[in-house]
Design a protein around this ligand. Structure first.
Ligand code: UT7
Length: 340
């Protein structure tokens, strides 16, 4: 596949991340809390997933509310105002409602008076996909500043009587502002994505869409909650995270040793470490923060990036690999030279 940055002769207009900000709701749901709600233990959750606690919204707080907080701070950190944003791309699987899109709600809440926008539905790959869409818009020269958000209120679609899923997820949001890179070696270098729709039944919310509209029956059967076949998703995620990362590294002639950081979607610590081992990335180059946030779906990668920045593990000029696998199945990877 010919990529714009590989074409050589044409001057490169590359998108770069100009700022990053995240937001999680203050309320904590700990493993000890879950022990009182379902038949589980702190030990099981920690050993099988790496999660200790997650943040959960109060009733009435929606995805656009979390997205707004992250977005306004990201815009401020970029030295811009909301009126400078041309496009808003929101990755989410828990929009406030079917329509209008969360991007429209965020546009209004932050006062991005010049922006257009839309949502990207790719579950746990929503941030890598939204980042790709936004960066291509900047690279194509049709947008100067794109606000890319990954935000989810997973607690709104989790069955807190189902121990197989309720221990896994949390709520959160992350936003980046993309702009034109001053230096073509810095920014979004490449992406590699795939979907495999045959995996759909392994992780889905069965009702509430056009196939099974909400009814007394669907509510009684608890079909408006996340249903997951954990083991098959686990196996797919380990294999595909490795595959997609090897492909993007190979195409860009980058070795695992040249990477400064591996920033994966945070669904399970064991998935991340197995994939890192397969690719040949040592533990000290892997960001893990699932212990504090759980799986926040579209928000995990910006939350992980933020932790990396705050702890001094991610610096200007670092070469980093983002990776995601999620419901769909969706698979994504983005190679980035960090520029802030
Ligand atoms: O981001 C979206 C993508 N999602 C993922 O990537 C998630 C992928 N899957 C996973 O992370 C793991 O499969 C889980 C964490 C969901 C489950 O871990 P596992 O090691 O695959 O456990 P399992 O489903 O094989 O269950 C093992 C045992 C079962 O008991 P038996 O049949 O051996 O008696 C389960 O009933 O653990 C039991 N179990 C629990 N026990 C205590 C399942 N959930 C729990 C729980 N607490 N919360």
């Amino acid at each position: 596949m010919l990529r714009a940055h590989l074409a050589g002769a044409v001057p490169i207009r590359r998108a770069a991340i100009k700022s990053l900000a995240t937001y999680v709701p203050p309320r904590l749901l700990t493993n000890a809390d879950l022990e009182k709600m379902v038949d589980t233990t702190d030990e099981w959750i920690l050993q099988r997933t790496g999660i200790r606690e997650r943040h959960i919204v109060d009733p009435g707080v929606a995805t656009s509310d979390l997205a707004k907080e992250a977005a306004l701070e990201a815009i401020r950190r970029a030295g811009l105002t909301p009126a400078d944003i041309d496009l808003i791309v929101v990755g989410t699987v828990t929009p406030d409602m079917f329509f209008p899109s969360t991007a429209c709600l965020v546009q209004d809440k932050i006062g991005a008076t010049r922006a257009w926008g839309f949502d990207v539905s790719a579950a746990c790959s929503a941030f890598t996909y939204a980042l790709t869409v936004g960066s291509q818009m900047v690279a194509a020269g049709v947008a100067q500043h794109v606000l890319v958000i990954g935000a989810d209120v997973m607690s709104s679609i989790i069955d807190y009587t189902d121990r197989a899923t309720c221990v896994l997820f949390g709520d959160g949001a992350g936003a980046v502002v993309l702009g034109v890179s001053d230096d073509p070696s810095i920014g979004i270098l490449d992406f590699e994505h795939q979907v495999d729709g045959s995996g759909g039944p392994s992780l889905c919310m069965p009702a509430g869409g056009s196939k099974r509209p909400a009814s007394h029956d669907t509510v009684e059967q608890r079909l408006h909650y996340v249903k997951q076949d954990g083991q098959s998703v686990f196996k797919f995620a380990v294999r595909k995270t490795g595959d997609i990362c090897e492909r993007i590294l190979q195409r860009n002639n980058v070795t695992a040793a040249e990477l400064d950081l591996f920033v994966s979607h945070q669904a399970n610590k064991r998935i991340i470490m197995s994939a890192a081992e397969r690719i040949g990335i040592p533990e000290e180059k892997v960001i893990i923060n699932i212990d504090r946030f759980g799986n926040t779906t579209a928000a995990t990668i910006p939350l992980a990036l933020n932790d990396a920045v705050m702890t001094g593990r991610l610096k200007k000029g670092d070469l980093i690999l983002l990776a995601s696998v999620g419901a769909g199945f969706t698979v994504g990877s983005v190679l980035v030279r960090w520029g802030i």
